[in-house]
Ligand binder design. Structure first.
Ligand code: UDP
Length: 332
């Protein structure tokens, strides 16, 4: 079965390509390399550099490849940047998905696993957050993810195109052998920032606020290992292939850790001091985000294996230690 992975050179997409190939799927990758790294793409995947908004390019891929399912990771994903550049986010994310779906419809490809986000919920009224919670995104990024889910819903009704939208909480970690991992530029995510500080690449970690209504005052997030997260995508693909209905699942570990707890655990895992100072809150940060992932566990039979935060940080540390400058020093 050939799976087309859009955004397969990015952090999560490259882990998906790797695990798909490991599980004997045939994989084609499309990525414009705006934020991805060609060195992250498994050598057994056929790589096509191009933009999902380029319909002629996308049609040429669907002509060449016998695609049976699509995994869609190709999107801009920074909340802060989206507040500054909303039009870029609507263009790349929403229009890119529109073109993808038009081409899928033309070539009668009926299954898509879509990378969505907890940012679709906004500030939660109840924690843990269930899939039935209200969706009130507080950033253009979250809004694009919700809009794309809605487009998928109407494509299902009109064209019988089936989707699974996976709403990620905080994804972290790396492939256990340390060969691929998280490499963003600029980096804005907590775990890589902590580990870059551990490596001495940053002077200190900035903790965004310690006056939240949480036990230690810092924000609480639900961290899920990238390997477990990707496994849910493969289960979702099989779920669609089995003829099931379109739906939405949360993917998290159902446990929350504060910024300070993450920092202390990283100090323990790395054996390094990791200096940190507290500054003001970052705009738009909710105090606590924890997923209920019961639906994915029940319906997809998802069994996350790396739920201990130490394992998540240790796998990320293994990657950062071995590739301190990301992909540039280990790949072309
Ligand atoms: N955070 C922090 N310092 C940083 C980066 C992040 O204190 O330099 C906090 C942030 O406020 C949030 C948590 O770490 O509470 C996770 O942030 P991240 O950007 O990794 O993911 P988000 O939750 O925004 O998707």
């Amino acid at each position: 079965m050939t799976v087309l992975v859009l955004g397969g050179a990015g952090y999560i997409g490259s882990h998906a390509v790797d695990q798909l190939i490991d599980q004997q799927y045939d994989v084609a990758v499309v990525d414009n390399l705006q934020t991805g790294h060609q060195g992250a793409v498994h050598k057994k995947a056929r790589f096509y550099q191009g933009d999902i908004r380029d319909k002629i390019f996308m049609e040429s891929i669907f002509e060449k490849e016998s695609i049976e399912g699509v995994m869609h990771f190709a999107a801009n994903s920074l909340v802060g940047e989206s507040m500054q550049q909303p039009l870029q986010y609507f263009n790349n994310n929403v229009y890119g998905t529109q073109v993808t779906l038009e081409v899928m419809q033309k070539f009668a490809v009926k299954s898509i696993v879509f990378s969505s986000s907890a940012a679709t919920y906004g500030e939660p009224k109840e924690v843990p957050i269930k899939e039935t919670a209200d969706t009130n995104p507080e950033s253009p990024y979250g809004e694009t993810k919700l809009m794309m889910e809605k487009i998928l819903k109407w494509c299902d009704k009109a064209y019988d195109m089936k989707f699974v939208a996976l709403r990620y909480f905080n994804v972290a970690g790396a492939k256990l052998d340390g060969s691929i991992g998280e490499d963003h530029s600029p980096e804005s995510h907590l775990v890589p920032l902590i580990l870059q500080t551990a490596l001495g690449q940053r002077n200190e970690l900035t903790i965004f606020g310690d006056d939240y209504a949480t036990p230690d005052g810092t924000c609480i997030r639900d961290y899920v290992h990238v390997v477990d997260l990707v496994e849910a995508h493969i289960l979702a693909l099989e779920y669609l292939k089995a003829g099931n209905q379109s739906t939405v699942f949360n993917l998290g570990s159902s446990t929350g850790f504060s910024v300070k707890q993450m920092l202390d655990t990283a100090r323990e895992v790395t054996g390094r001091e990791i200096p940190a100072t507290v500054t003001a809150r970052r705009a738009g940060d909710p105090s606590t985000l924890i997923a209920s992932s019961e639906k994915a566990k029940t319906i997809l039979n998802w069994k996350p294996q790396y739920t201990d935060i130490k394992d998540i940080i240790a796998s990320a540390w293994n990657w950062h230690k071995n590739s301190p400058h990301g992909y540039t020093d280990t790949h072309n």
